[in-house]
Design a protein around this ligand. Structure first.
Ligand code: AMP
Length: 199
């Protein structure tokens, strides 16, 4: 019995569903790097790089960074040695065009599984407002937070159907403690990935 040598994963869900925390858990479990486009953008904003200057205003309004720019950054990151045996993408792809770009980057070696972290909009808005207060993120106003939810519903939620049709979607209830949610993800992924083992 042989298992595919790579593990290519994606975690998707509305802003505030807890993707980042779970992404690190999953990545550790499968010994692959967690790659978050949001983290890459934030690091560049903090470092005041050219890229950071380009994307700061866009991110502050809750809009998406243009696909062309985002795709380029992901292509560069996936070309690094540590991503050769797999990865966990967090926050990318976020649009139908980004899915097509990722498919092209992977050259037919498509994603093995997509974890959808479901969360109630009002609950996540409340969480994000609380986080904004605790971390002193004055820019994260309720308006921007709600706008990000709308952008997710309009541009990213349609991807769920697409991945479901590919038979690689694992839907998980994102409400509960970090450990509870991590346990649900682990068992969902285990079920899907072990079913893929070829003899
Ligand atoms: P996140 O931390 O994943 O919620 O990302 C923070 C912000 O970065 C988003 O609100 C977007 O403005 C931008 N961003 C992150 N990932 C992407 C992406 N795949 N495409 C476009 N913009 C993105």
């Amino acid at each position: 019995m042989t298992q595919t040598a790579t593990t290519r994963l994606l975690i998707i869900g509305p802003p505030g569903a807890g993707k980042g925390t779970q992404a690190h858990r999953i990545a550790e479990g499968y010994a692959v790097p967690a790659i978050s486009t949001g983290d890459i953008f934030r690091a560049n904003i903090k470092g005041a790089t050219e890229l950071g200057k380009k994307v700061q205003a866009i991110i502050e309004t809750g809009e998406l960074v243009p696909d062309s720019l985002t795709n380029e950054i992901v292509a560069d990151r996936l070309a690094q040695a540590d991503a050769a045996t797999g990865f966990l993408l967090d926050g990318y792809p976020r649009t139908v065009d980004q899915v097509a770009a990722l498919d092209a980057m992977l050259e037919g070696e498509s994603l093995d599984a997509v974890v959808l972290l479901e969360a109630d909009t009002d609950e996540v808005v409340a969480r994000l407002l609380n986080r904004a207060q605790l971390e002193g993120r004055a820019d994260d106003t309720e308006e921007v937070i709600r706008h990000r939810q709308n952008v997710y519903a309009e541009q990213t939620a349609p991807l769920i159907d697409l991945f479901s049709k590919r038979g690689i979607l694992v839907t998980v209830d994102g409400m509960g403690s970090v450990d509870e949610v991590a346990e649900r993800i682990a068992s969902g992924l285990n079920g899907l990935l072990s079913a893929k083992v070829v003899s």
